[in-house]
Design a protein around this ligand. Structure first.
Ligand code: HEM
Length: 488
């Protein structure tokens, strides 16, 4: 009653809760998309709930995506929210531990390294890593077996990302100490650290030790590359580009910043890509018929002898591309994107004004599963992305879609009012989209060449989602039954 009586009519409705600090933290945390959809049905696209004591205003739907993700820099702020988590993990002076204009320059340095020429060199590296992995892994010995696919995909992701983006010296260190150190860094990303990031707890001590050690490994590698003058062999990796980049103010990117950006890049790419590849494998195990279609697509479009995969081949495999697209529609690893409010923000077309005491929450996954745009939205159907499919997405054309804008890291689409935004939009949009596509499509194509998957019980059921960390992923153990293809 109190919540109804004292409601400010100029603020969005508040989700009912019994306890002031806890608010809706538990129901939201258990299944964020479900919580958001249920309350959207009650309140409409814009409403507020209490998350860890903070008034959190959700705005979903295409207009909400635009309002938050394309918010002006004077209105919304990202670093204020995330720096407590990211600075201890990445290190100083990068990403959210610096002014936004510096992040834009850092993103530009990383993005310009990701050229078509670089991708052309990455596909053979990724294919080799995948084949070698399956040859060596004891879990894939013999003709068939059962495996929890998530840790396997996490390893394949980090081996392929480190090798392509950071060079072979760094990749080889993942067979030694780097894997454990990155695991310790990961602990810094648990949601509890939004509150306890500063506390002298065992996992925070391990995080801090890992950050110092990993940064030193990168700085030593940079130094030795300089001394050897042997940069040419690495000219397609991002470290090489950063070693040769200069800020607009004339200052060369310092070594500690390169090291910290290397950590940030691997962490940003790792969780999102490995969650996505795990989901793809889980989906394929539930739909062996589609896995077979993927195999036949390669035979038909690349040749029956399946030659070594090249970058150009990826464009010849539309179903292979659609698998990634459709999985990101239903299982986008980043379900909630937060922003601090810097000045009162009127919500166009309503009487609401979002005050600076609120945090904004964007969830593009809600519009990506809205039947208005995606008929039969809960069905995982990669074929829907074919032009004349019965349930093809009716993506409403965003009037600004064709128009491009440069926030300082290259041209991106001006509009953010698309219902399908797994890579975000606006100033903070992902720079890793193309890399992730190349990496994921290559991994899927290689797995399909080698294996047939199915669910252990032969059913078409799909495991639930684990929302306990910042990036959602399949609940473990996500066991699947694998069988080697004849001759693989
Ligand atoms: C930003 C998704 C892979 C690097 C983002 C954002 C999303 C996203 C939604 C926006 C976050 C925000 O607005 O706060 C994904 C997905 C991926 C993926 C779904 C894979 C399937 C990668 C990879 C890299 C990467 C492989 C690196 C090579 C970044 C960076 C940002 C970003 C640097 C910018 C953060 C900012 O400006 O605040 N990503 N990402 N991502 N991503 Fe990705």
């Amino acid at each position: 009653i109190q919540q109804l009586l004292f409601r400010n009519p100029n603020e969005p409705p508040v989700v009912f809760h019994l306890f002031p600090i806890i608010g809706s933290t538990i129901t939201y945390g258990m299944d964020p998309p479900r919580f958001l959809k249920e309350n959207r049905a009650k309140f409409g696209d814009c409403f507020t709930f209490i998350l860890l004591g903070k008034k959190t205003t959700v705005y979903v739907g295409t207009q909400g995506n635009e309002f938050i993700l394309n918010g002006k820099i004077r209105d919304v702020c990202t670093e204020e929210i995330y720096t407590v988590l990211t600075t201890p993990v990445f290190g100083k002076d990068v990403v959210y531990d610096c002014p936004n204009s510096k992040l834009m320059e850092q993103k530009k340095f990383m993005k310009i390294a990701l050229t078509t020429e670089a991708f052309r060199s990455y596909v053979p590296i990724i294919s080799d890593e995948v084949s070698t992995y399956f040859k060596k892994s004891t879990d894939f010995k013999g003709k068939s077996g059962t495996v929890n696919i998530c840790p396997k995909m996490a390893q394949i992701t980090i081996f392929t990302a480190s090798h392509t983006l950071q060079g072979k010296e760094i990749r080889d260190k993942f067979d030694e100490s780097l894997a454990d150190l990155y695991h310790d860094l990961d602990m810094g990303f648990s949601p509890i650290n939004f509150m306890l990031h500063w506390a002298p707890l065992p996992w925070n001590n391990r995080r801090d030790h890992a950050q110092r050690t990993v940064a030193k490994i990168y700085m030593d590698t940079i130094k030795s590359r300089r001394e050897r003058g042997a940069v040419e062999a690495n000219s397609q990796d991002i470290m090489y580009h950063l070693m040769n980049s200069t800020y607009k103010n004339g200052i060369k990117v310092p070594d500690h910043e390169i090291a910290h950006m290397m950590i940030a890049l691997l962490m940003a790419g790792q969780h999102s890509s490995s969650s996505t590849s795990s989901w793809i494998m889980v989906r394929l195990a539930a739909r062996p018929d589609i896995m077979e279609e993927l195999y036949q697509e390669q035979i038909k479009n690349l040749g029956a002898d399946l030659p070594p995969l090249a970058y150009e081949d990826l464009a010849k495999l539309p179903l292979n591309q659609a698998i990634v697209k459709e999985t990101l529609r239903l299982n986008a690893p980043i379900h909630s994107i937060l922003r601090a409010v810097k000045q009162p923000m009127p919500v166009p077309g309503t009487k609401f004004v979002i005050p600076t005491s609120h945090v904004l929450l964007s969830a593009p996954g809600i519009s990506a599963t809205d039947p208005q745009y995606f008929p039969n939205p809960d069905l995982w159907d990669p074929h829907r992305w074919e032009k004349d499919a019965v349930n093809a997405p009716s993506l409403v054309k965003d009037e600004n879609e064709e128009e491009k804008i440069d926030y300082g890291y290259g041209m991106v689409s001006k509009g953010a009012a698309s219902p399908y935004l797994p890579f975000g939009a606006g100033r903070h949009r992902c720079i890793g989209e193309q890399f992730a596509n190349v990496q994921l499509q290559t991994i899927v194509a290689m797995v399909v060449r080698e294996f047939k998957f199915r669910n252990v019980d032969g059913s078409d059921t799909v495991i639930g989602t684990d929302y306990a960390s910042l990036f959602s992923r399949p609940l473990e153990p996500a066991n699947i039954y694998w069988e080697r293809r004849d001759g693989a």
